[in-house]
Design a binder for this molecule. Sequence first.
Ligand code: F6R
Length: 246
Amino acid sequence: MKIIHCNNYEEMSAAAANLVCDAIKEKPDLVLGLATGSTPEGMYAELCRKYKDGKVDFSKVTTVNLDEYCGLPADHPQSYLTFMKQNLFDHVNLNPAKTFLPNGNTEDHDAEAAQYEKMVEALGFADVQILGVGRNGHIGFNEPAEALFTKTHMTALTKDTVRANSRFFASVDEVPKHAITMGVGTIMAAKHIVLLASGEGKRAAIATLLGGMIDTICPVTLLQLHPNVTLICDDSAWPRRRSAEA
Ligand code: F6R
């Protein structure tokens, strides 16, 4: 695993945006896997800035998002589609016909998940997959469990994740309790995984990731089995040594 230990959130965001731009320069028709949440917001802002400055061209890029809430209309302010439009899609020259998220607002979530998996597979999976990590170690919405799904599926969010995500909603009751997410196999099929981590809340998950063991109770640890992972971590998320004195 390649590790880029940054001083702060801004450096982390710039490093991630540079990596994405270099990948697009090398392969203009890149399949770019995207994440939502607070962590990549700075990277998206940086990518929009770079596009405005003429430093990157998204016209041939295809994007595939990791996940989407179930039961929210696509134009709901907290849907992941809305997030992506506000943070990236509406500001760069991506072709709207080539930006994909699961449709969580459907009767048949299993059929939607299967169709999404097929679509990502047909694209050859992501060339570069951006990931955040939950405080509990989840990736996408693959929550800690004794066994993990390999493919895209509908899943229940843990109470911890619902609580963490309630900061975006008026109340915890409004947070959807289910989502459609890529499975760990879908994620691991990406050619290059770029994991971003910022904030003290992520320290435990990063420490477990770097601890050398694999445990489905901390799904991010599976990334140790991937041959091409870059962890871009800011200092606040970087694990501390325990101090010697009590
Ligand atoms: C979002 C996603 C989640 C987030 C994770 C961290 O698409 O798949 O796994 O990456 O919950 O969220 P933030 O960045 O808000 O701490």
